[in-house]
Design a protein around this ligand. Structure first.
Ligand code: OSB
Ligand code: MG
Length: 367
């Protein structure tokens, strides 16, 4: 395909409720959209970076710079086969995976349109629908959190994940377990603890958590291996898995028993498929992680989750988990079984980009 033009659009979409993690309290989704024009078609990719480098080293500013000055020049007015060839062209770039993924994702979308196939078919997905979990932020008090848990359980969410940080952890969790002894419960620390907290994680073994997500350093797999040996609850790595290589190393030294795959964090769908295939061989269960994305990213996540070894509930909530309006038509919605139907060629499920909504949310555009 020939690439004719690339726009980078910055949008802001307010959250209906603030979402607090150990690293920041989000009140809106501030995101870059990459819009690639090719031979009469338009493919969008959503960049999953945030306003600041708090989750990983990239942010919207660095992504804009990398996309505009390094990635777009590799494509503009050139012929390219698609995402696989793009990944070969960018192999010289170190890091900057969120930026690379946003362009890679847009090229998958163009390939999908050109070939008249679904992303599920293109990547070899096997599932017709995928199960949804909810990720709940840190709240000022336990009763507010319990009310939120109740709301999402009533909507049927298959797994409840609670964000924790030092001082807002074991007491909160014990209280949740007292009210809900049997729900599938997990926690996500977003790297806010160290091995000095090992006794705390040992105490969590009594809470029957399905996993503890990213308790230790964002760059670490060594201390996670020490912690995993000391506790019974599986560790699920998020931030630390940035490539198939880091997944292989983490599995080899026993840093985790579960992995959360974000196609953004690992540089795209091509790398996500490699991680999927590796983890299938090693029997490491997977699920698709979320970055409070807008609809474009959410829809691609649904297709990624259709790969056979994504066996656990995903952080791909309905759009209304975060937003009053979204940028796809229709917005992402859950079934009465709290699943998401994976778009394919036969089931009539199809999402379009809502250009008018993007215009309303736009704060700047770079060409
Ligand atoms: O660590 O999984 C995470 C949101 C922003 C950044 C990191 C994470 C999250 C979530 C929300 O947990 C998942 C979602 O609903 O998109
Ligand atoms: Mg996480």
């Amino acid at each position: 395909m020939r690439i004719d033009r690339i726009d980078i659009i910055r949008v802001k979409n307010p959250f209906t409720h603030p979402f607090e993690t150990s690293f920041v309290r989000f009140v809106e989704r501030d995101a870059l959209l990459v819009k690639i024009y090719s031979e009469g078609l338009v493919g969008y990719g959503e960049c999953k970076a945030f306003h600041a480098p708090l989750y990983n080293p990239e942010d919207n500013g660095t992504c804009l710079h990398i996309i505009k000055n390094f990635l777009a020049p590799l494509l503009l007015h050139q012929e390219i086969e698609g995402p696989v060839e793009f990944m070969q062209r960018v192999a010289f770039i170190r890091g900057n995976r969120l930026a690379i993924a946003s362009v890679e994702n847009a090229l998958w979308e163009l390939k999908r349109q050109r070939e008249g196939k679904s992303l599920k078919t293109l990547i070899g997905g096997t599932r017709d629908e995928v199960e949804v979990g909810v990720s709940l932020g840190i709240e000022a008090d336990i009763s507010t959190l319990l009310k939120k848990i109740e709301k999402y359980l009533a909507e049927g969410y298959h797994r409840t994940k609670i964000k924790i940080k030092p001082g807002k952890d074991i007491t909160v969790l014990r209280e949740i377990r007292r009210h809900y002894p049997d729900i599938t419960l997990t926690v996500d620390a977003n790297s806010d603890y160290t091995l000095d907290d090992i006794e705390l994680f040992k105490a969590m073994d009594d809470l029957n958590l399905a996993y503890i997500e990213q308790p230790l350093g964002e760059n670490d797999i060594i201390d996670h291996a020490v912690l995993q040996k000391a506790i019974n609850t599986p560790i699920c790595l998020d931030e630390s898995i940035i490539s198939v290589e880091s997944a292989r190393q983490a599995i080899e030294i026993g840093s985790c028993r579960i992995i959360n795959v974000k196609s953004s964090r690992v540089g795209g769908i091509c790398e996500s498929i490699r991680i999927h295939d590796l983890c299938r061989k090693h029997d490491i269960p997977l699920w698709v992680g979320g970055m409070t994305e807008l609809g474009i990213g959410r829809v691609q996540n649904i297709s990624l989750a259709s790969l056979p070894h994504f066996t656990l509930a995903h952080d791909i909530a309905a759009s209304n988990r975060y937003f009053a309006e979204d940028i796809t038509i229709p917005v992402v919605n859950i079934t009465d079984r709290c699943t998401l139907i994976v778009p394919d060629e036969t089931n009539g499920v199809h999402y379009e980009v809502d250009e008018k909504a993007i215009d309303r949310m736009m704060v700047s555009r770079d060409v």
